[in-house]
Design a protein around this ligand. Sequence first.
Ligand code: 13P
Length: 284
Amino acid sequence: MSFVPAHEIVQRAYRDGYAVGAFNVNNMEIVQAIIEAAEAERAPVILQASQGAIKYAGIRYIVALARTAAEAASVPVALHLDHGTDFEQVMACIRYGFSSVMYDGSHHPLEENIAETARIVEIAHAVGVSVEGEIGRLVGIEDDIAVSELEAALTDPEQAARFARETGIDFMAVAFGTRHGFYKGEPRLDFDRLRRIRELVSIPIVMHGGSGVPDSHVRKAIELGVAKINIDTELRHAFVTAARQVMEARPDEIDPRKILGPGRDAMRERVREKIRLFGSAGKA
Ligand code: 13P
């Protein structure tokens, strides 16, 4: 299959009460791990590339790896830009074949974020590409910041409604206490805020910083409208832990395949667990 626009699979998940996993990719083994997991679980899946991935592998390699995987796959696969920083980069990704893009204008004033996101939506939608926008900054509630600062960082539900309405985005990343990377303790999530956003906004919600969020919290977030969940750190951890084990057990090993292969296998199993948790197994 060629790439599907992410909104097709995310919208369906939103309607039917599950979430699609959006997993970060950086190299061939990671793409393979995710696709093998999606195939094994018969799940729709989103491969996403961050700034770091594009810098590391190059946009052409990312697209070629993901396309090769998607064309051989029998499950729907979308290729998504994670945290696009500027108009030019988002356009480049559309041109190279991404089927979904995120424009993250969350650090700009609201008016600017709305205007730039709406401009991107108009162009992306004209060529069938999905768009994710972000409002609110991703800070953890347990992070060392003042309450007033936290209030200002987490997504304001009324602003979220306006942002969705005026931009025409397909799905929206909001801040309700998740953050990127591992948490210091158990993350505390502001579910009341998420509930209020759900009441005012009728498009799927995206949860960034999915690594380390307890399963019960993930299920609750899905009940409250989260239909795309981003996971990166936990997958890297699984990959590198397995690769490190090989290197420690066999310090003389010089065949990269014997180090990266077990990393790929470990990552595949972690992705399968996430897919089952998100409820997207069997939905392809
Ligand atoms: P984690 O690295 O915390 O899983 O977050 C991934 C993410 O949100 C990518 O946008």
